[in-house]
Design a protein around this ligand. Structure first.
Ligand code: RB5
Length: 161
């Protein structure tokens, strides 16, 4: 695998089994992973785990991340609150590929309860291997970045109201 960057990974209890499967796959492919938990099936809250990965990516400490919960929805909602994070919930290899080519997704989100393991592993493989196409897609990402900056400025100017 040509992918050389470290991956931050986390799940809640509902994504724990699939996280282990993906960690094994990354190890086989010699992709370095930093596991932010959870470490079992005891019920936890997905935002607590999404934060770890999303913050690492948002602050530029790690380039790419993978988040897993039951459906992937809670992890996506949480991760996309972070500046600079483009988290993509993918259900098949086509959406995984497009999320890289068109959206430069820097976090892949998966749902253990809605995916079979083999499909999930294929999604991870494609997602890691596919490059961003830039061009017209970069213009669109720049618009998302501008929205983030406006939101941050609006937040600052309403402080103390
Ligand atoms: C946990 O039961 C479940 O709600 C969570 O894993 C996720 O699917 C939320 O979006």
């Amino acid at each position: 695998m040509k992918f050389k960057t470290k991956i931050a990974i986390a799940s809640d209890h509902a994504g724990f089994g699939l996280k282990n499967r993906i960690l094994r796959y990354l190890a086989e492919k010699k992709v370095e992973a930093v596991d932010f938990g959870t470490d079992g099936r005891d019920s936890v809250d997905y935002p607590d785990y999404a934060i770890e990965v999303a913050e690492s990516v948002s602050k530029g400490k790690i380039d790419r991340g993978i988040l897993i919960c039951g459906t992937g929805i809670g992890m996506s909602i949480t991760a996309n609150k972070f500046s600079g994070v483009r988290a993509a919930l993918c259900h098949n290899t086509a959406t995984a590929e497009a999320s890289r080519r068109h959206n430069d997704a820097n976090i892949l989100v998966l749902g253990e309860r809605v995916l079979d393991e083999e499909t999930a592993v294929q999604i991870v493989g494609i997602w890691l291997e596919t490059d961003f196409e830039a061009g017209r897609h970069q213009r669109r990402l720049d618009k998302i970045r501008a929205i983030e900056k406006d939101q941050q400025a609006a937040g600052r100017s309403s402080e103390g109201c």
